[in-house]
Ligand binder design. Structure first.
Ligand SMILES: Cc1cc2nc3c(=O)[nH]c(=O)nc-3n(C[C@H](O)[C@H](O)[C@H](O)COP(=O)(O)OP(=O)(O)OC[C@H]3O[C@@H](n4cnc5c(N)ncnc54)[C@H](O)[C@@H]3O)c2cc1C
Length: 494
């Protein structure tokens, strides 16, 4: 008899855990509360248009340990087309000033030097920090399972960037920009407005550009849902069991050992191991009733900043609209959209680079803006209905402002709010990527185990400040590596 692993949640972390569990000979069952797998990594169809909710860039499209995971889990295969954008984002200030972020560092450096010749030296230093951070390679094995030789070789390969860790590991972007001391008002304005004033980790900012520069954070044609579907197909093909539309309410624990789960409709499912790849907060505080905890976990969920939830307004447009930039960010401070007064304006993502998103000759444009959870948490059903209508009205007005004359061509408008996200995925406070990577927590991942609880592992974005698809995929793999160690079997990836 194979040992059984039950996995709570069929997002990217849960699917990854399921695939590796099957590859290593365990009976694996994923329990997902939504009707489809993918979690935040999802999309939906409206009148022939495909509205994507997640994927802009996937770290690991070219090389490294994340690339191994994407290949092993069928996210990447010979048929998947990857594109690397030349421009990451075009940003506009309310007075019409424009700022471009290129993905190629040489090109961006040239652009910045022309924009701000007086900051030549600081620009050179920033871009060199970004280039150096390319030496940072994520570990392929989890803590506790790294061979000494692997740890030594990764320390040696990371030598060139140790200085970055020491200097900026505990700094935020505000502090980093102060050190760089940019004098050009345009450059300071744009960098500070995008990355400053919210304790966003300086190191996370620096590393992000290295990934783009290496063409190791591309976009997958088809986007999020086909990505999740490829993983699901692999899991099922390997003989995994998937239950959808079933919510886990409790993890069964006896003698401090996880023994299975209880579903909302009352069914008990027994297992030798439980992996929770569901929302971190509901796993620890609801499914396990807060019984397995330590100060670090408590502090993280009480004190660490979360990503501000977003509202996404998706437009299906009956004409073709081209754009040389996948994303435009309009830094219009205090713009009202529905009840939200935006802090950083809104972005417009034109999916013209992916012809699977709209019927031929048509276009999908997605507007996103941040909207604090406090505005949503106590909203009544009537207020919610009215708010969605107001958002649509305001968003249509902003589209008309950006593309004069477009209104008659807007065929479909779809409004997804933080409530939508919470209802479909259970994500805590609508924080779609978990904890924000800050100066205090970037190097402070949470453990896959909970104190005092045996035969239980956590996986998913809540273990790693910054969240995202790569840590989700990786933590699913790591959970199974730990289980293989407990079972004293060698870990296999195929
Ligand atoms: C708009 C947007 C853009 C993004 N862009 C990017 C990007 O470009 N690149 C990137 O790397 N990341 C991006 N992300 C983040 C990324 O989508 C997430 O970090 C990642 O998908 C999280 O995966 P997860 O498996 O850890 O969690 P989730 O996706 O939250 O999955 C958890 C799953 O558990 C299920 N579940 C929860 N509770 C229960 C329960 N009690 N019983 C049963 N099932 C349960 C949920 O339904 C869900 O399917 C973006 C996210 C959003 C919303």
């Amino acid at each position: 008899m194979n040992k059984k692993v039950v996995i709570v949640g069929g997002g990217i972390a849960g699917l990854s855990a399921g695939i590796y569990a099957r590859l290593n000979g365990f009976d694996a069952e994923i329990i997902e509360m939504h009707s489809v797998t993918g979690g935040q990594c999802t999309a939906w169809e409206r009148k022939g248009y495909h509205f994507d909710y997640c994927l802009h860039w996937l770290v690991g499209t070219r090389k490294g340990p994340f690339n191994d995971i994407w290949k092993e889990t069928n996210v990447l295969n010979d048929e998947v087309e990857i594109i690397d954008h030349d421009i990451h984002t075009k940003i506009y200030a309310d007075d019409g000033r424009e700022f471009i972020i290129y993905t190629n560092l040489d090109k961006w450096e040239d652009y910045l030097r022309k924009l701000a010749p007086e900051d030549n030296a600081s620009i050179g230093k920033m871009c060199n920090d970004m280039r150096k951070s390319a030496f940072l390679q994520p570990y392929s094995n989890p803590p506790g399972l790294r061979k000494l030789s692997q740890s030594i070789s990764s320390i040696i390969s990371m030598m060139p960037i140790m200085i970055l860790f020491v200097r900026y590991g505990r700094k935020n972007c505000d502090e980093y920009f102060k050190i760089l001391n940019f004098k050009n008002p345009n450059l300071s304005y744009f960098l500070n407005s995008i990355y400053g004033s919210m304790d966003f980790s300086a190191l996370a900012f620096i590393m992000m550009f290295a990934w783009f520069n290496q063409k190791n954070a591309g976009y997958l044609i088809g986007g999020s849902l086909p990505m999740a579907k490829r993983m699901t197909d692999k899991f099922l093909k390997l003989g995994g069991t998937l239950r959808t539309r079933q919510r886990v309410t409790k993890i069964i624990v006896e003698k401090n050992t996880a023994q299975g789960v209880i579903l909302a409709e009352g069914t008990e499912i027994n297992a030798d191991y439980v992996i929770s790849a569901a929302d971190g907060h509901s796993t620890i505080f609801d499914m396990l009733e807060g019984k397995f905890m330590n100060d670090k976990i408590l502090k993280a969920y009480e004190k660490w900043a979360l990503f501000t939830p977003i509202v996404q307004v998706s437009f299906g447009i009956s004409t073709g609209i081209r754009s040389d930039s996948p994303v435009e960010s309009w830094m219009i401070k205090d713009q009202m959209i529905g009840r939200t007064k935006t802090k950083n304006g809104y972005s417009l993502m034109n999916y013209c680079f992916d012809n699977t998103m709209a019927p031929k000759g048509k276009t999908v444009i997605v507007m996103r803006y941040e909207s604090a959870w406090d505005l949503w948490k106590d909203i009544s059903a009537e207020e919610y209905k009215a708010e969605k209508e107001n958002i649509e009205k305001d968003a249509r007005m902003l589209m008309e402002k950006r593309f004069p004359g477009i209104s008659p061509n807007i065929e479909v408008v779809d409004v997804a709010t933080p409530i939508t996200d919470v209802n479909y995925t259970g994500v805590w406070k609508g924080s779609y990527e978990g904890f924000m990577p800050s100066s205090k927590n970037l190097m402070d991942n949470l453990s896959s185990t909970l104190p005092g609880l045996k035969k239980f592992y956590m996986a998913g974005q809540w273990l790693f400040p910054g969240g995202g698809l790569p840590p989700a995929g990786q933590s699913g793999k790591w959970a199974v590596q730990y289980i293989c160690k407990e079972e004293k079997i060698g870990f296999k990836v195929q």
